[in-house]
Design a protein around this ligand. Sequence first.
Ligand code: IMP
Length: 775
Amino acid sequence: MSKPQSDADRRKQISVRGIAEVGNVTEVKKNFNRHLHYTLVKDRNVSTLRDYYFALANTVKDNMVGRWIRTQQHYYEKDPKRVYYLSLEYYMGRSLTNTMINLGIQSECEEAMYQLGLDIENLEEMEEDAGLGNGGLGRLAACFLDSMATLGLAAYGYGIRYEYGIFAQKIKNGEQVEEPDDWLRYGNPWEKARPEFMLPVNFYGRVIDTPEGKKWVDTQRVFAMPYDNPIPGYNNNHVNTLRLWSAKSPIDFNLKFFNDGDYIQAVLDRNLAENISRVLYPNDNFFEGKELRLKQEYFMCAATLQDIIRRYKASKFGSREAVRNTFDHFPDKIIYHINFLHMENVKKKFPDDLDRMRRMSMVEEDGEKRINMAHLSIVGSHAVNGVAAIHSQILKDSLFHDFYEMEPQKFQNKTNGITPRRWLLLCNPGLSDLIAEKIGDEWPVHLDQLVALKKWAKDPNFQRNVARVKQENKLKLAAILEKDYGVKINPSSMFDIQVKRIHEYKRQLLNCLHIITLYNRIKKDPTANFTPRTIMIGGKAAPGYYVAKQIIKLICAVGNVVNNDPIVGDKLKVIFLENYRVTLAEKIMPAADLSEQISTAGTEASGTGNMKFQLNGALTIGTLDGANVEMAEEMGLDNIFIFGMTVDEVEALKKKGYNAYDYYNANPEVKQVIDQIQGGFFSPGNPNEFKNIADILLKYDHYYLLADYEAYIKAQDLVSKTYQNHAKWLEMSINNIASSGKFSSDRTIAEYAREIWGVEPTWEKLPAPEDQPQN
Ligand code: IMP
């Protein structure tokens, strides 16, 4: 256990983020001890850090339960329009600190633990990440849940309670190795199982005609068991529900075997049914055409729809007789009929345009008949949106152009966002306090207010304070990295960071080309002026994505050469950050100087990591892709390092024909870099190891790395130069923070609510429930 912080530090921290009331602190201690005794059945002689974590988590949960029940009763009393968010991924991370913050009891808990001789940070570290997601999409769902609760929406998340979340990434001998994520091993204090509300989901079987109509028979039945997870809003006494389904075998599963007397085999086979919720598919941005994946999708939808309809019928509006029976004709629409009606509409608007009809059909006829799910979704939805302005434009201009021409009013934009509670208040208390001193404490729910910080962008005092907080955060990260990787880090070097899933389109390889270029420059002239950098790259590769795994291998191999070259010294260090996940992101974002957002223009729908860096004062080097475009608009081009081809330029290059050798032959620096990769400079034991990477770059590159190389290197040179001008860098950093208001997921959710869902956000608090059981 680390030494608790000094009294002076603690008092200072607590004074800015609310004073802990003595009575509340006593109450927390009492409940904590009660849980240690009655729930954990331990005394302090034998309690482990994990026991203390569980005791605190249960204490915090007790504080939330009254609000949770009260919120759900409130929804039944008021009967507002419900919002249902269905997703196969929720990348929640940890819940303890977030819950304390949103309930406004963080100071009390900190003080109580301190008085008990415990450092709350050590307890927080015991919590497993709920890693039920891969990357941006899953984390977006988690940020949206936080915002929907904070905006008082009667919202419910529905998904799958995977027994194994995203794999843990280990780097062994410079290569990714996957380990299963057994996150439920010690139990999950936040969830509440509801076996009494289990619902049946049927698979396979056949449809027969009976005198009463069609009947689905001979199905294989699985039960969906709900687990409810509380989603507290920020400081508004709302607690919404995330309901996750777990597959449960029916008692009579494999009845045939029972009857044959093979009782043991029948019990063992119950696993087969329960495999549906066993594990998250570890692919990001990739269609998985597996039967088990389809089963997961159907399992979640079938269980969720039953639950929604059940709640609808139980609600004040839905329980009225006239409304109850409106589902009678629900099963009449089968898919070919929907397509027939859709084709009639297309014909009406565009007579005699047979090619358009073929393009827009939901049924693809070339080769084996397949249903185009995207087309079905567009036709079935009353609104369709992209997740950043540029993405929405691409949907209208190219991907769904025919559908846009047919129903232009359907197409909208909703630029993604992130929750400022987790991504500033929780992860960066130092910066949060600084901001609160200047503009008060409403910014966590009105992030637009950050714009007021602009007037202090050049203020030497404020700059000094922002620099101090950044330096403290960098030292903290450096200490973690030194402990975990044994690498000595120069804390005055620029922390240049690219963390995201490893994908060719995200171009971690381009970053790698820059690293090698810097290395070659140092070697060529070790005495030249150089801005020291610690370049960190982190992210998981899908286990079956060979090229992504090779990219990790190359980064590690380059790091091996660079980090062990005495001529390089502490000018340049390369670190591959192992097992990037929500919890590591919370430590990285506050410590970053430079954020790398360098995907090929037109490939990243939005990105949300870019916003987390910006909110924490890192400057961005990036392409005009995804939400980078709007970030640049918000802060102005003076505050961001934009480089490279635009979407139109990429399209033009594609049309003209891309020949990587043109760039290779024209630029001696890139030629040297590629030759080194090709020739085994970074893999002396196996000179052919990275030949395939060089081959991709020169012959099969769909992401045009060499076409953007020169512009990228020039932009990086400007970054290095700017970093040496401390005051200028800090001014830009403050302008970044001040311009990040737009990227709160509260703004995103308020737009969805008003413009698509037809519900109105509210900042009104529910009355705080008395601390007594509700009934
Ligand atoms: P659900 O939304 O139907 O899943 O129920 C969630 C919670 O809402 C229940 O556990 C109750 O606390 C509350 N609830 C359910 N039905 C009613 C009702 O008719 N009036 C008030 N509250 C209710």
